[in-house]
Design a protein around this ligand. Structure first.
Ligand code: UDP
Length: 382
């Protein structure tokens, strides 16, 4: 048996890895162990509960007001200790978090091979997304398997001289998670019922779903976003559903600027099925999230991205996403244009799947099994 240690710490990593963990566990010859760092405690636990995942190891590292350097140091030490006791044959990390970066580094220090899920995304700007652009880049020279969601991501790795035979275009596992969750919500409407009251309250209005949490938008950017939301919600025909990220840099600004407004539902972060349902009822998505930029095109939801650059240009190329930055006037005018221009809206509201077909996790598991359980991989996957 080869031991595969899957490491993650935040909500988006958990969403994007639970399909991979299931696909790996279904492979004979692989023994899967999971380690969470709990870099974000509450948001991570919401996903673990929905996915029915009980981690084998929980480092529970989150501290209030954690600085990047302290977090990074504690992650590196904690994950190194886990690797010393687990002695895995392969470490799997996902994306661009401090957990992914330190997980790869701790494995490298022990000469344990690393597989990187969602490899190769590049904005080309080390300050956007910050510090995630550099976190993701640090994993690249370490990993021996790179699972690039798109050809664009694979090409970026090849430009950095990553060996071509180690790069596999698999699609993004977020689409696997989205399909699985959408099917579960359809089969069990009780899931996602937490949204019922808001949906009833806003019946007949055009719904804008907002999420914002990017570190580089803290401060002026966040205040500008809040003022824009207030102006948008002043329209009678519009309602805003806004699950507010628990980071105090977000909550305090939204509390101060938005106060209580009848057209804005400022709510707690939604569990994943409820958020998928919110995406379904939204007319427009306004976000600075990475994952939401990938989900919205798959559902045909126009998504306005409050960033200057993106490491996910495929949504923009497909015509479902537009980069609009964080300037207050620009956000308001982009939303109003989309609300009032039927043809422009229809052109953006077409479903595209630039990020994957929902079969990425089994592809990744097959490639790992081929390498780490070769005699056991079923015929056709070798
Ligand atoms: N999400 C969620 N509940 C929410 C807001 C977002 O489940 O209230 C999901 C969303 O569908 C996406 C992921 O969380 O899959 C994105 O996480 P986040 O925006 O925190 O991180 P990023 O993707 O920007 O790294």
């Amino acid at each position: 048996m080869s031991k595969i240690l899957v490491i993650f710490g935040t909500r988006p990593e958990a969403i994007k890895l639970f399909p991979v963990i299931a696909a790996l566990a279904a492979r004979p010859g692989l023994s899967v162990r999971t380690c969470v760092t709990a870099q974000h405690r509450g948001l991570l636990d919401q996903v673990l509960a929905i996915a029915g995942l009980v981690p084998d190891i929980d480092l529970d590292l989150m501290e209030p007001g954690q600085t990047l350097d302290r977090l990074t140091a504690r992650l590196l030490v904690g994950l190194g200790e886990v690797m010393d006791s687990e002695r895995p044959d392969l470490v799997v990390v996902q994306g661009d978090t401090a957990t992914a970066m330190t997980g790869a580094l701790a494995a490298y220090y022990r000469k344990v091979p690393v597989a990187h899920v969602e490899a190769g995304l590049r904005s080309g700007d080390i300050h956007h997304p910050w510090p995630e652009e550099v976190n993701r880049r640090i994993v690249a020279p370490i990993a021996m398997l790179h699972f690039a969601p798109t050809q664009t991501a694979a090409d970026a790795l090849l430009r950095e001289n990553v060996a071509a035979e180690t790069v596999h275009v698999t699609g993004n596992t977020v689409i696997d998670a989205l399909h699985w969750t959408r099917d579960r919500v359809a089969a069990d409407p009780g899931l996602g019922a937490g949204l019922d009251a808001v949906v009833q309250r806003f019946a007949g209005k055009r719904v804008i779903l907002v999420t914002t949490h990017r570190r580089e938008n803290f401060g002026d950017g966040m205040a500008s976003i809040a003022r824009a939301i207030a102006r948008i919600a002043a329209r009678d025909d519009v309602a805003v559903i806004f699950p507010v990220h628990p980071n105090p840099n977000v909550v305090s600004v939204m509390d101060a600027i938005l106060g209580d407004r009848s057209n804005i539902a400022r709510i707690e972060p939604l569990d994943y099925p409820t958020f998928v349902r919110a995406l379904g009822v939204a007319d427009i998505v306004l976000t600075d999230s990475g994952g939401v930029q990938e989900e919205a095109p798959a559902l045909g939801k126009p998504v306005l991205v409050m960033r200057e650059t993106t490491e996910r240009p495929e949504g923009v190329a497909a015509g479902t996403a537009r980069l609009i930055g964080t300037d207050e006037d620009r956000i308001v005018s982009e939303i109003f244009t989309l609300l009032d221009d039927k043809a422009g809206y229809a052109a953006m509201a077409r479903a595209h799947n630039p990020f994957g077909d929902g079969r990425s996790a089994p592809r990744i598991a097959a490639i790992i099994a081929q390498r780490f359980a070769p005699t056991l991989a079923p015929a056709g996957t070798r």
